[in-house]
Design a protein around this ligand. Sequence first.
Ligand code: 5AD
Ligand code: SF4
Length: 458
Amino acid sequence: MNRDNRNITGHNEENLLSGKKYNIITFGCQMNEHDSETIAGMLQQKGCIETFSKETADITIINTCSVRENADKRFFGTLGQLKKIKEKNPEYVACVCGCMMQQQHVIDTVKAKYPWVDIIFGTHNIHRFPELLEKVYGEKQKVAEVFEDADDIVEGLPAKRLYKHKSFVNIMYGCNNFCTYCIVPYTRGREKSRRPEDIIGEIKRLVADGVKEVTLLGQNVNSYKGKGADGKLCDFADLIYMINDIEGLERIRFMTSHPKDLSDKLIQAYVDCDKLCNYIHLPVQAGSSRVLKLMNRRYTREGYLELVEKLRNAVPDIAISTDIIVGFPGETEEDFEETLSLVRAVKYDSAFTFLYSIRKGTPAAEYEDQIPEDVKHERFNRLVEAVNAESAARNAAYVGRIERVLVEGVSKKDETTLSGRTEGFKLVDFPGSAELAGSMVDVEITEGRTFSLTGKLV
Ligand code: 5AD
Ligand code: SF4
């Protein structure tokens, strides 16, 4: 098909995408998962059909993550596999998007070494993807379109949700923090907050569609700065109070918060808002104030510990999880031991632990005192041991408690077992039948393990 088949508004008179099978491979965080839901939603609107393997698809989209090096490696591995599929089926359309594509050196590599890629797009022009795809089908040409940043937030995009009963909701995009190890501010651009009305409207529609739990997404939700149609400013705590009033919604979560911006007003919201789950993911990154300074985190060990104390005083049974990086440039044994002692002091419910990974273009990549790999691994293992011991102890203390659980579905291991999440985001397995999926039930906890709980329906 050529240009003549397009009308002047740029819409196709004939839908080139109808009936095409697509497969999305997603790497990285919830933000990426949600972007993939949007891509799927737009393709469904065009009449495409989802398939769960790249071999049976007409179109494969790889949504990339650039936060750590192992995600890069997995991406290039997967991209290599697409070559064979394309050789067998020249009509196959290979697309890559996401954070990695916001880096020019990655685009150059993809173009030079992976010439079977048809479409490259970025994090700021997801909404343009169906049009780019039509271009590939219609004009038989490859496209690369990546914007450095976006001026406006595009509203009203559809999403094909992974779950019926819970949903992600973006409240802001981008990050202004420039932690020295992190690539995100370069790939996701500057902070932009959605308007409160748009967020509330979206959540109301989700609730009408059966959603009971929303997870508000942003790189640093605590710095949300919305502006209402009336011109009034709305901060993150204000937004939580507004969402808490939405009838039919049962649970509110959010990801991720930055300790430097966590306000007393938000802590009060935990007390006042019954729908806000008693759970917080509060990335600490390191336990030594010296390393935190090198990381440009803008809080100290003591400040973080005070914050945790304040949270626990206000919300005694709040579950806390975190992110920790080991082997940041210049980290000494003493610095690392401060991380271990912080883990023991906070008693995290769970923690994601990462080996520091050099990210080209970030300040820390230029630091001279990079830590040797063997030292990083040795510290990593000790950290995991400490984190797991705390998780196991926290989870063991749940035995005998009755927890409200949102049932996610049948367990992957066994058809007679259901899996769900407690308010504190702990995974619980318990005997039950599939029709309970999506409902809220009370479960008595009978066993607490390192990564999950076991229980029985009350
Ligand atoms: N190396 C290792 N971990 C990193 N993270 C971000 N950048 C890096 C890096 N260069 C971790 C942080 C962040 C989480 C999403 O990923 O802990 O909170
Ligand atoms: Fe990266 Fe720091 Fe922004 Fe989080 S707050 S996305 S770690 S720069």
